[in-house]
Design a protein around this ligand. Sequence first.
Ligand code: OOB
Length: 561
Amino acid sequence: MASTTTTEGVVPWPTDLAAQYREAGYWKDELLTAPIWRMAARRPDDIALVDGETRIGYAEMCRRADALGARLRELGFETDDRVVVQLPNTWEFVIFTLGCLRAGIIPVMALPAHRRHELEYLAEHSEAVAMVVPDILRDFDHQALAKAIRDAVPSVRDIIVLGDAHADAIDLRGLCALPADHEDPAATLDALPISPDAVALFLLSGGTTGLPKLIPRSHNDYRYNAEVANEAARFDDSTNYLVTLPASHNFPLACPGLLGTFLAGGTVVMLQSPEPSRAFATIEAQRVTHVAAVPAVVQRWIDYEEAERTGQLATLRVVQVGGSRLVDELAARVKPVLGATLQQVFGMAEGLLNMTRLDDPEPIVIGTQGRPVSPGDMVRIVDEDGDPVPLGGRGVLHTQGPYTLRGYYKAADHNKRSFAPDGWYITGDIVELREDGNLVVQGRDKDLINRAGEKISGEEVENLLYRHPGIEMNAAVAIPDPALGERVCVYATLREGVQIELDDLRRLMRDAGVAAYKLPEVLVIIDSMPLTKVGKIDKKALREDLTRRGALEPGSTHYPG
Ligand code: OOB
């Protein structure tokens, strides 16, 4: 089957900027993996990767990844082939990802929570040749779903399975095995012509319209992303970094995340859940020094430590927090309770990373989301008319830079809305730029709901709910939540004589194969939908209505009167 090459759907950086980024040394024209492989040559026996009882040294990690890359090539995978990756936080996730990068095969980073609705779209849109999934995870049969998607999406040829692979699937552990003595997979892969400007991997955007967009990240830009984040977070060879957010997220992957840790010569510890008792035991056992978390997780950790006084966090030096707004009160409790320095991270899979620095004075660490990590990052704040806002004012953040995308993959129409005419990315975040250069996130001008750092497109939820015959109009808005930051609340008007409960809508979405975190948690039925002058649903009015109603319990349905 003729498929699109990746470059056809990618918007490149303008040549003058690309030249500047090379000149400044941001782009080193090497594969993302090159410095990690050099690290392995220098210190082969240092531990790179820990997952439970499994401890893997740098040389072994690279040999396994090379063996995997070469085996995929033998199986017919070619440079530029796309593979949808849906794996839990395990050592095999790391070997698979590194092996793909070495072999020029492009991982499409799906989340463990994704289901048929998301995965089938990702496979189709990326024209993936394969999917890699666990057999069963949390009672869900990922292997069966992957097969159903293979039957539905013509480009998908292979299913690779972590765990008990069926006869017609490929066993991931076999692919990860060390090479035999006579094999030299590194030589095979070294000979492949892979451009450092080529897409290394695809990340997913939160997506404000319909389904998630694919974000192409090149070897040059993504390596720089991890390297410059390393500088701001000061990762070095004494760093023991705990991955407890889903590893396919940009934050734990490269901000500095696991890739940054490898670039610095540290040790990555993989853990499948941030549940406090397990996370704390792992921190103690593996002498974890650095971790990234979303505010909802930090809240649980602080509550747990205050209640239990575990004393298990003695080695922890830095807790990075990002993904959604950390409220000041919680920020102020991080150091006293967890005993580690807080680093706020306001980042995005699209690129731009802002971080507070480890030696910033307390008011900055607690009250701001930091500043750009690279001198090449350019930011501007604009008002509703697109005019620049003076320092200290608030407006929508635009950015461009050496690791910020120039366009979503194969999304020409959407790109017209997401990028300014001069190519700057319109983040949709409303921020205040302070005189000291730090940013404070004040809100957003984009149609999404941020549930504990997971982004949910309002439009995607609405489109799905229109499948319900009783729904006349509906709108998904964020309802503030003390534990998760926000949850999905749906406002709906119904057709004559229809009664609908929240559970009906949740069932509809579950049956449509939608990831569970997107399911609405509050339903408000109203008599008529407020509209703007141009006839669009007035979400601002709905948010005001929510404020008037006060706290609404998750799981509740509300009828008028
Ligand atoms: C991270 O990446 P995404 O792509 O899941 O989401 C990006 C969006 C931002 O545009 C902003 O709306 C929100 O998430 N956000 C924050 C925030 N960090 C992200 N809002 C307020 N305060 C923060 N600290 O979420 C992400 C990527 C890399 C590192 C960290 C987070």
